[in-house]
Design a protein around this ligand. Structure first.
Ligand SMILES: O=C(O)c1ccccc1NCC(=O)[C@H](O)[C@H](O)COP(=O)(O)O
Length: 291
């Protein structure tokens, strides 16, 4: 767990709620899951072959930085995102601050055939067994035993996506053997979003793998096996192109697709398509606010 920076009050509250849920879970016997996961890498490769930008579209009913809650059926939202070309779906399962649930994730996974990411604040191994998904998010900043959690997720069949926000966390993620790395543009200490975060961190990902190769130290992944995902704050085609130019293999987008950034018209399919098709700069696709 990264120390030294005070977390924003909503994030402190999120972590307190996650600890409480983990504590409640300790009293419940759950067998470790055995997941037959849909391959994210295959889905990514197919999207690239189709000439689309790989986007993980997020079912995010609300958040600490959003006004109001979208009450739409999560499975219908996910189907609409897939119709718009989403490569995968992310589902918030955190109930208290994001309006999510494990049930919602199950409904989504039953409704679509693309990989589904469980987005939550997982602090300990037992929380992995709450619900099946294809990918599972682990936030480097919030766990002390990242390597154990990455291994525990893989043992269950999940594809772990490790989220980082700075170079130290990136090094931790690679040392834990993570190959799916999400760079969060949202600083969870201040809740400020800066797309420059991905641009600063991304160049180090493959370099750090190579460093380790030459020093013969810990088992970091092969640089070619690392998939980089730009997370948060991506709202318009220009942002998509900016993140792709900085090396993003895929993008994770919530608010802009759910229309919680105040720029859209509620059409989740159109919102997804606008980003997925942001391959070449064209004046006509730049319909969202350009600031
Ligand atoms: O989105 C928030 O307000 C938030 C606040 C505190 C902790 C985490 C938060 N978001 C989680 C996420 O990772 C995002 O939902 C995801 O990256 C999508 O971001 P965006 O496209 O900016 O909605």
């Amino acid at each position: 767990m990264t120390s030294g920076t005070e977390l924003a009050p909503p994030v402190q509250s999120i972590l307190a709620a996650a600890s409480e849920r983990a504590g409640e879970g300790c009293n419940r016997e759950r067998a470790p899951l055995d997941v037959d996961a849909r391959s994210f890498r295959d889905a990514l490769a197919q999207t690239e072959r189709d000439g689309r930008v790989p986007v993980i579209a997020e079912v995010k009913p609300t958040s600490p930085t959003t006004d109001g809650t979208r009450e739409d059926d999560p499975a219908e939202l996910a189907e609409a995102m897939v119709a718009g070309g989403a490569t995968a779906i992310s589902v918030l399962t955190e109930p208290t601050h994001f309006g999510g649930s494990p049930d919602a994730l199950q409904q989504v996974r039953a409704a679509v055939d693309v990989p589904v990411l469980r987005k939550d604040f997982i602090l300990e191994e037992a929380s992995l067994d709450v619900v099946e998904s294809d990918l599972v998010l682990l936030i480097a900043r919030f766990v002390d035993n990242l390597d154990e959690l990455v291994a525990a997720a893989r043992e269950r069949g999940f594809q772990p996506l490790v989220e980082v926000h700075d170079r130290e966390e990136l090094a931790d993620a690679l040392e834990a053997g993570a190959t799916l790395i999400g760079v969060n543009n949202r600083d969870l200490a201040k809740l400020e979003v800066d797309l420059g975060t991905f641009e600063t961190i991304a160049p180090h990902a493959r370099r750090l793998c190579r460093l380790d190769e030459s020093s013969g130290g810990t088992e970091r992944p092969d640089p070619d096996d690392v998939t980089l995902i730009a997370e948060s704050g991506i709202s318009k085609p220009a942002d998509v192109r900016r993140m792709r130019e900085a090396g993003a293999d895929a993008l994770l987008v919530g608010s802009a697709i759910m229309d919680q950034d105040g720029n859209g018209d509620g059409d989740v399919t159109a919102n997804t398509r606008r980003l997925v098709e942001a391959v070449e700069p064209t004046a006509t696709t730049e319909t969202r606010t350009q600031t």
